[in-house]
Design a protein around this ligand. Sequence first.
Ligand SMILES: Nc1nc2c(c(=O)[nH]1)N[C@H]1C(S)=C(S)[C@@H](COP(=O)(O)OP(=O)(O)OC[C@H]3O[C@@H](n4cnc5c(N)ncnc54)[C@H](O)[C@@H]3O)O[C@H]1N2
Ligand code: MOO
Length: 393
Amino acid sequence: MTADRETRRDVPWATAREYAHAAAEPTPPVRVTLDRAAGLVLAADLVAATPLPAFDTSAMDGFAVAGTGPWTIVGSARPGRSWTGGRLEDGHAVEISTGAVVPPGTRAVLPVERATADEGGVSGPTPPNGKHIRHTGEDAAAGARLAPAGTRVGPALFGLAASCGYDELLVRRAPAVRAIVTGGELVRHGRPGPGRVRDALGPMLPSLVADLGGRLDGLVHVPDQPSTALGEAVEAAADADVVVVTGSTSVGVTDGLRRLLGERGARWIVDAVACRPGHPQLLARLRGGPYVIGLPGNPFAALTAAYTLLGPLLAGLSGRVLGRLPQAPLITAVPAPAGRTRVVPVAWDGPGVRALGGDRPAFLNGAALGDALAAVPHGIEPGQPVPLILLRG
Ligand SMILES: Nc1nc2c(c(=O)[nH]1)N[C@H]1C(S)=C(S)[C@@H](COP(=O)(O)OP(=O)(O)OC[C@H]3O[C@@H](n4cnc5c(N)ncnc54)[C@H](O)[C@@H]3O)O[C@H]1N2
Ligand code: MOO
């Protein structure tokens, strides 16, 4: 065993997340059209290509007025059809719609509700200078940074990019993940027979990987025997960015993942995490090849391990920062053993979070119902804040 591996053994939970994130080399940037950018991550700052708004815009339906009232109505301005009469003179008004270009010389816009219009004229209180006008560049000047590289493209960012004229974005593609589900006892359909176990992880992985920012582009099931099968499956996934192996992370005779990584001279990044459940999880990188994540076979342990190592790794690969986790006071007692973090499903339906139970390593009940996973270090008293991994968008 290398000295390097020694230092990567039984890593504290928060440190394990940092190691996974720091080990990731971001995928190369690609330019994609807006309709293909959903969920991807900006590879460069998004800067305002035009001022926002791009022109002095009326924020109300009413009258663009110059000087003090009453005013003579000299024309109209509609979105896409501007007033062409030049500079508005004092005592003149242009009937204007929300979104139309405000004529030069306008003092303010008098909303229709405040105006009394009759044949050719309009009166009402003289509005303060600039009222109800969205001025050119008021939201952002041309060239201003709207979103930093590393931002995940979501609905608002699409709208923002389109607002200032982008048709394409420079992004990093979602890292390609290949999954290998191990276990000779697993069945994939129906109720398991005696001594058999229904595969819970295969159905869980596509949405889990997508939520964490990756793209699952293949999933195979591999039996424990012959013992060469896992190696062959890992070999076949060599072109992926990340290979996720479920099961086989422990030290039993049927658990071959650590042995396989040792034989191939993989570089250890995290060799087990000081948490419960999910202790035997691991992260290594094959020489010149993909990262390999080992998720324990117990389903809740696998889920917590995915949030511990896979999430930060995928964030790093797509150029996202590892943001600080939100925190909330834990209002129930959750004893964690010395030196270990306990990861438990919690409900967040008030000022604090409360443990839900249903959190034994093989049981997904609590996580299926929970709002978040709380990472509870040893010695936390009820009322103290704990970091949370949110399970709902
Ligand atoms: N001597 C030791 N034994 C174990 C240790 C240890 O430190 N020393 N750690 C335990 C912990 S903690 C865990 S977690 C498990 C991890 O085991 P593996 O990752 O090797 O997984 P398996 O042995 O294959 O399976 C464990 C358990 O999970 C069930 N399983 C596996 N895959 C699936 C699946 N896709 N869907 C549903 N259930 C699955 C499997 O049937 C077993 O019941 O090791 C402990 N042992
Ligand atoms: O820690 Mo294991 O991961 O208890 O289930």
